[in-house]
Every structure is written in C-alpha cells, then in structure tokens.
Design a protein around this ligand. Structure first.
Ligand code: TYD
Ligand code: MG
Length: 454
C-alpha cells in the first residue's frame, strides 16, 4: 500500500499546507492565528474528474446549443427559483438555519419529483427512517416512487445507486454523511469537500438531479468550506423567522437560471404551502391611518413585493438614544435617520427609534429608503401617511430622492392590490407610459414629507 499523504488544513477557510503551523490566509484577512489541523488523505483512486469534456477545441459558432432539459418539481415557487425546474445531473445545495424547514421542503420536492420521474432516493443522514416517515405522514406523502434510506456512509450510497438507479437523489445533510477512507470526522472541511466532489461526479456522470441540504454557521454562511459553494451548480438559501410562518427561498448562485428570483412559502400544519400573492400575505394585517406605518414596494429580482414598514419614535429615557432595526439593514437605517435629522431638521438625536418590517419579512434594496424615512417622520410627527399610498425611492446623503429600477413593475403590483396613489422619485417617472395609479414625483426628502405628511 502506498503511504498516506498528510496535509495540514485550516478549519476556517480550507487552506491546505504540507507543513503544520498557522493559516497564512486567515492571518492576512482577519488577523487571527488559526492552527492548521492534521488530515490524512487516502491516495486518490481516480475517477474524480467530472466528465464535461467533449472532443477537441472548436470555434464558438460551431457549438450547438441544446436546450437544458428541465423537470418541473410541481412546486411552482421552487421551480421559479431553480430557473424553471430541476436540471438532470445538476447539484443543488439548500442552506438554512436549523429548524427553518429544509427537510420539509426537500421531502415535498422529492414527493413531487417521484410522481413525475421515479424513483427518487432520499438519504437521511440526520434522522432515522421512522422520523422521516413521521414527517412524511404529516405531509400526507404516500408516493411509491420515493425511496427512503437512513444512511451516513456515502460509499454505501454510491454502491446502491447502480441497483436503485434514481432520477433524483437527496442527501440530508452534506455535513452528516462521510467517506470512510478519510480519517476526519463527518462535517469537517475535508469530509464535506470530498463528499461534495464525489456527489458531483455521481450527479454529472449518471445524470442524477442531486439535492444537498447544508447547515449554516452562526454567522449565516454555509458550514464547511466555501469550495462547496463553488462546486455545486445552484445554491439556495431558505430563510425566515422561526416564529413567523413565512419562508423565502432565495437563489444566491445558479448556473441554470437567474439569482434574483425568490420563492415564498408559508409553514403550515401540513407542511409548506406556496404563497402565490406574497404582497397580499404581508399586508393582510396592516393597520390603517396609524402613524409610523408605511407601505413600500420593494423588488426581489423581477418580483415586486409590497411590504409594511413600521417605525416607532419615542423620547429616549436616558443616555444615548437607541436604534433597533428588524428586517432591514441597521446601518442603512441609521444613515437614513441622520439624513432626516440634518436635511429635514427633525431632531431625532434624543429619540429612540425602532424600525420593523411587519410579518417577519426583510427588505435589502434601496427602493425602500424613502419608506423608512417617511415611517420615522410619520411616527415622530404622530401624523399618519394617507392610506392607499405606497412610497418608493432611494434616498441619498444630501436628502435627494433617487430613481429605482423596475418602477413600473412596482406600481403595477401596488395598483393590483388596490392602492390609489404612489410617491415616486421625480426623475424616474416613465416617459409616455401611463402609470397604473396616481403618481406624485418628488426629488427631495423635503418634498416627500410635504406630499405625505403636509
Ligand atoms: P424541518 O424541515 O425539520 O427543518 P430543518 O430540516 O431545516 O431543520 O422543519 C422544522 C420545523 O417545521 C419544525 O419545528 C416543525 C415545523 N413543521 C411544521 O410546522 N409543519 C409541518 O408540516 C412540518 C413537517 C414541520
Ligand atoms: Mg432537517
């Protein structure tokens, strides 16, 4: 037998060195001294190369385009995020906090796939077959084409693929399966990376659509090396607040589609249900004619989403005033409050400000800036923003209101939900296009305050 190779690997970034010591990469980027951990690798057995190569180099114009074959899972919101369905032979990684519903989503997708393209092999490396069965019963799953297997040894799974010949494979999760020829523990950088690479070879080689469930760390990144994200074709994040029913599936990388799409689900008693009208869902409980509540139209990829922003401004009782932000970017909100103070002369320095996006939603795009400013001003002045009005616009440091992308799509969504008026950036009013509702263009925060709060 050939001697085993030994490498020393950083458990944070995956840096590998033939010598022990600390990680130079982490030292350079974070200043931290991270000790390298000894790892023994079995000699490669070959066959790790992914068979992408076809013939010899040839001119681009001679390359024939083949339409990517896709298989619809039957879960519309999932298909949308995947770019129109699952591509056979692709590797999809689904990350998310524990308990958010990854296993539920993937089991529902497996059921749907088992109906259109059986068999589907669901490998549960985390829960026993009985636990998965319990969940399946709760979801009312009886599909015959769905095979369930509680197994953690990936080489056993590989051996079984020849007999089962699945069209789709689910590994729940990549951090709990292992390859016995590696000495490190499941979930370690080496295991995750090697298991990912092995699954990639299997998926591409046999044309199996493969779904991997991945855990995230406290910081919100996928646990294990970043190399896993580079390796797979698609990375999806499943997000939401533990105590809210709503969940968002977001693509952060997609070799077969756009990364801008989101899918919206609601966790119910019998699993995840698709939310076809997310705006209506988020606005269902909104109060009307109450100070501090503003409806904004944000844009998630190509999908407009109406959300309710709430602000509460109250005199600070002692010390420095507090700023608490839920569902939006903290620094951005602080910046907007500073603009409101300086450009509109609203003394907020001795006021506590709380900002929340209702329903546990999240806004991350600048089109909601003006909404944050208006909600805070409305609460401070104790004057409501007229109901039936949506607020759209990015706010700059000089108090200017800037144009946003996809204004018309946002306005259409607002009109569809029965809104009558919109306050929008002045420059962005579409030329010659009749807006679907009454619009009022504003170019500064000052003008917006006048238009909305008098
Ligand atoms: P799970 O899919 O196990 O999460 P993950 O795999 O991401 O850790 O689901 C977790 C939660 O979802 C759990 O607290 C129970 C809840 N749940 C429902 O509310 N309804 C359901 O029908 C199911 C199956 C789960
Ligand atoms: Mg799970």
């Amino acid at each position: 037998m050939k001697p085993r190779e030994t490498v020393y690997r950083c458990q944070q970034c995956g840096f590998a060195s033939p010598k022990p010591g600390t990680c130079p990469d982490c030292k350079r980027t974070t200043g931290e001294l991270v000790a390298l951990v000894e790892e023994r690798l079995a000699p490669p057995r070959g066959g790790r190369r992914v068979a992408l190569s076809q013939g010899r180099p040839r001119p681009l114009r001679d390359v024939a385009l083949e339409a990517t074959p896709r298989r619809r899972t039957g879960i519309g919101e999932l298909d949308r995020v995947l770019g129109g369905g699952v591509v056979p032979g692709s590797l999809v990684l689904i990350g998310g906090d524990p308990g958010i519903g990854k296993s539920t989503l993937i089991l529902q997708a497996a059921r749907a796939l088992a109906e259109v393209a059986p068999p589907v092999l669901y490998v549960s490396a985390e829960e026993s077959a009985a636990q998965v069965k319990l969940r399946a019963d709760r979801l009312g799953i009886k599909a015959d084409g769905l095979l369930l297997w509680a197994e953690t040894d990936l080489s056993a799974v590989q051996a079984e693929l020849d007999t089962v010949k699945p069209e789709a494979l689910v590994i729940d999760s990549i951090q709990t399966v292992f390859l016995p020829e590696l000495e490190s523990a499941p979930g370690s950088v080496a295991q995750v990376r090697e298991c990912g690479a092995r699954l990639m070879t299997l998926a591409k080689g046999r044309g199996i659509a493969t779904f991997l469930v991945g855990h995230v760390t406290k910081e919100g990144a996928l646990a294990g090396p970043r190399v896993l994200e580079h390796l797979v074709d698609t990375v999806l994040y499943f997000e939401g607040e533990q105590h809210h029913a709503y969940r968002v599936l977001r693509a952060v990388k997609n070799r077969f589609g756009s990364t801008n799409e989101i899918g919206v689900f609601q966790m119910g008693e019998r699993g995840l249900e698709e939310v076809r009208n997310p705006s209506g869902f988020f606005l269902a409980e909104r109060p009307r004619g109450v100070p501090g509540s503003v409806i904004v139209a944000s844009l998630e990829g190509t999908r407009p989403l109406l959300l309710e922003l709430q602000a509460l401004v109250a005199p600070a009782s002692f010390g420095t005033a507090r700023r608490t932000v839920l569902g939006a970017d903290y620094n951005r909100v602080c910046l907007l409050l500073a603009v409101l103070e300086k450009r509109a002369g609203m003394p907020l320095a001795n006021q506590d400000v709380f900002v929340n996006v209702a329903g546990g939603a999240r806004v991350i795009e600048p089109g909601a800036d003006l909404g944050v400013v208006m909600a805070a001003a409305s609460s401070y002045l104790d004057r409501p923003v007229p109901s039936g009005t949506v607020v759209i616009g990015e706010v700059g440091l000089t108090g200017e209101v800037r144009a946003v992308t996809g204004l018309l799509a946002r306005l259409k969504e607002a009109a569809a939900l029965g809104f009558e008026r919109a306050v929008v950036p002045a420059q962005a009013l579409p030329d010659g296009v009749a807006p679907p509702l009454e619009t009022r263009g504003v170019s500064t925060v000052h003008e917006a305050l006048e238009a909305l709060l008098g």
